[in-house]
Design a protein around this ligand. Sequence first.
Ligand code: ZN
Ligand code: ZN
Length: 381
Amino acid sequence: MGLTMTVNGPDISGLPPLEISGRIGKLRACLVGDQPDCLVVTALANVRYLTGFTGSAGVLVVTPDAAMLATDGRYRTQAAEQLEAGSVSEVELVVGRVDAQREAIVRIVRDSAGGRVGFEAEHIPWAQEIRWAELFAPFEPVATNGLVEGLRVVKDEGEIARIAAAAEIADAALEEVASMIEKAYTESEVALALDVAMRRHGAEDRAFETIVASGPNSAKPHARPSDRVIESGDPVVIDFGADVDGYKSDMTRTFFAGGETSTRMAEVYAAVLASQVAGVEAVSPGVTGGFVDEVCRTHLRSVGLADAFEHGTGHGVGLDIHEAPSVGPGSAGILAAGAVVTVEPGAYLAGIGGVRIEDTLVVTTDGRRALTSFAKDPAWR
Ligand code: ZN
Ligand code: ZN
């Protein structure tokens, strides 16, 4: 039998364009006060955000009056095309071997007004930092944290449309694959079917390694799919997402194979669902991520499951599957309209099973809108 590869997902080509061209200007507006004058951007997601360049190697330098993208020969044509497509043709493109790239970067920094050059402390290995410090001497390297990530928190219309499309694809893929859960397939088989379905519905990739965890494996929040055959009555935690044009979605649903389970697991499911629904409703502009976490946690605590919920409630989603703002105990960042976050409480009973339910939501001016919409009610188990 031949492969049927009908692509019937959302129309990706009809999505509103990404507004890339103003982003470097917004970054420059942050390079004031105690911040350095120039920033060497080494995190690829940040390079992509600021320029539209999607290659696997590249360094962007932003100075007060210039910007330069350095990459290697594999990306000569692609980088030029993507800078043009993003309307960021003011970014000088340097293509060459690593030495030539470094030389060009040092030159543009030396030519710029200030003498303080910033690095993304969270994204630069120690050895590389030492090498850069030697090259830039006597300029002083300055550690920065989250400058571009801060700009990425509030998404524009084009970004939200891509995350929504990724979420829609994930919904459709799960709809197709859910019936496999009761038919004695292995975890790996279900995971592979989901990955293929997402691609067939128009995803560029999966957002991260798909989790399908059944029976006792479901009590491990980040289990990898194994060759374990799913048995009737097993809880099955499925956590996965799609990638559309670099933007990701993230959703978890928990099923009970064959629609039946123990009284205890049914209670746990009801508790996690109530916690998740309360957490979703708590997401509003102006509240902290910590507040949403506490709402979910309070609920699980009230039914004696505090110790069974050992991870944070959620995280931001965008070009990275885990990005700002965080939604965990004490997360002080305020949720702003346009931020995209997950709410994913869970409860895990070692050796028995676990339940997690997760949606990806966009914060709106008057609350939130769920982008993932696969049913959560028990009828779907
Ligand atoms: Zn997830
Ligand atoms: Zn997540």
